[in-house]
Design a protein around this ligand. Structure first.
Ligand code: IDP
Ligand code: MG
Length: 151
């Protein structure tokens, strides 16, 4: 089953939106496989956002993500990468679809509440960067047959 990684970024945690964001992912039918709260080191933040190194927003982005605790999650489901990106909304909240997290709670790219892996390949890299193997729970949810089946 496909997995993706989500960060409930520091602005969302500070604004007490963590529960709301997890609720939306669960409501969609997605399954939680790992969850932890942490205050990210600069080193981990730089590794996570390495592809953006050199861009004008990079320094501010690393400061933002290390400024306060965040919550990291591993999420599972059919098409989990695409589903979570859709529920998160476009990078710029002003261009996000109504009903998406970034649209409904955000206004700027600098405070856009959530990170979601952008491909299956990057999801695997990010999960390995943020989680130890034993922190990820493989489990059957009784309702899976009513949510995941494609007949
Ligand atoms: P994504 O989070 O939708 O995948 P990316 O382009 O990978 O978007 O950028 C990573 C993060 O960097 C964004 O979520 C946002 O927080 C921040 N970011 C991207 N572009 C800008 C910008 O132009 N100004 C400020 N922050 C930006
Ligand atoms: Mg990205």
């Amino acid at each position: 089953m496909e997995r993706t990684m989500v960060l409930i970024k520091p602005d969302a945690v500070q604004r007490s939106l963590s529960g709301e964001i997890i609720h939306r992912l669960e409501q969609r039918g997605l399954k939680l496989c790992a969850l932890k709260m942490l205050w990210v080191s600069k080193d981990l933040a730089q590794k996570h956002y390495e592809v953006h190194k050199g861009k004008p927003f990079y320094e501010g982005l690393v400061d933002y993500i290390t400024s306060s605790p965040l919550i990291a999650l591993v999420i599972e489901g059919p098409g989990a990468v695409k589903a979570v990106r859709q529920t998160a909304g476009s990078t710029n909240p002003l261009e996000s679809a109504p009903g998406s997290i970034r649209h409904d709670f955000g206004l700027t790219m600098g405070r856009n509440l959530i990170h979601a892996s952008d491909s299956v390949e990057n999801a695997e890299i990010e999960i390995n960067l943020w989680f130890k193997r034993e922190e990820i729970i493989t489990w059957d949810r009784d309702v899976d047959q009513w949510v995941f089946k494609n007949n």
